[in-house]
Ligand binder design. Structure first.
Ligand code: ATP
Length: 252
């Protein structure tokens, strides 16, 4: 469903994302993990079509993002880490606006707005200005806006940030149900327990390269790590030695 081929992003001479190949099929929840600055957001923004790759290609459900951007983007819902939101619109107006960007309007959109606001317990805030929403409520509105056009895949950068435990649980359930129905989710997260509990496959990126990719058991095999947690695997692959050295320094 989401296919990346030799995807690369350079900022001047600095290579932020280096020749990434990846395929996330239909019905899969894929977790993208990596240390700060590894290249996760850059990759997700290229998949969403809001950042131009330096090289390589992206297909969303068979549509090439460069050759057929409208068709590719219509299949995709993107939840960015730092979303832009119009403060002077109400929640319903914001969702109507986003639906319009996908050429969706009329009674079906109104029903979808009510359905999503109800799901996220925002119905009472439907006609309130976004400027009065809390951080978590904004996050829920942004997630609703990414689902408004019934996308086939969701690309999401750090989805749990700002959500209360109930909201986080709801989002996990939504993503799981979405993939069970044949959807595709590509999610970046720093919360390793979330990734371990939710994801069918995990890719670990470091310095712009995918250094390991697979299910938890495949990752354990690849790293000969034995029956360890994702945290241990992650530290092993991305420089856990530094963390352990820090612990020693602090103990002295
Ligand atoms: P984090 O977990 O901290 O959010 P990340 O894995 O999402 O990190 P990116 O935001 O993709 O990392 O950044 C990857 C690298 O590219 C970093 O070294 C960052 O400094 C660099 N980078 C990102 N955007 C730009 C830019 N506009 N100009 C120059 N360098 C950039």
């Amino acid at each position: 469903m989401i296919r990346l081929q030799n995807l690369t992003k350079k900022y001047g001479k600095f290579v932020a994302v280096n020749n990434i190949d990846l395929h996330v099929p239909r019905g899969q929840l894929f977790g993208f993990l990596g240390p700060n600055g590894a290249g996760k957001t850059t990759t997700l923004r290229m998949i969403a079509g809001i950042l131009q790759p330096s090289a390589g290609r992206v297909w969303i459900g068979g549509d090439d993002l460069i050759a057929s951007p409208m068709a590719a983007k219509a299949r995709l819902g993107f939840i960015p880490d730092r979303p832009f939101i119009y403060e002077k619109l109400t929640g319903a107006e914001f969702l109507r606006f986003v639906a319009g960007l996908y050429s969706h309007d009329g009674e079906k959109v109104e029903q979808r707005i009510d359905e999503l606001l109800n799901l996220f317990e925002l119905s009472d805030w439907k006609n309130e200005l976004v400027e009065s929403y809390s951080h978590g409520m904004r996050q829920k509105l942004i997630i609703s806006s990414a689902l408004i056009h019934r996308p086939e895949c969701i690309v999401v950068d750090e989805p749990m940030v700002g959500l209360d435990p109930k909201g986080a649980r709801l989002l996990k359930d939504i993503f799981r149900r979405f993939v069970e129905r044949g959807g595709t989710v590509l999610m970046s997260t720093h919360t390793l327990e979330v990734a371990e509990a939710m994801c069918d496959r995990i890719g670990i990126i470091q310095n712009g390269n995918i250094v390991a990719c697979g299910s938890m058991s495949e990752l354990r095999e690849q790293t000969a790590a034995g029956d360890v947690s994702l945290e241990e695997l992650f530290l092993k692959l991305t420089g856990g030695a530094a963390v352990r050295e820090l612990a020693v320094v602090l103990e002295d």
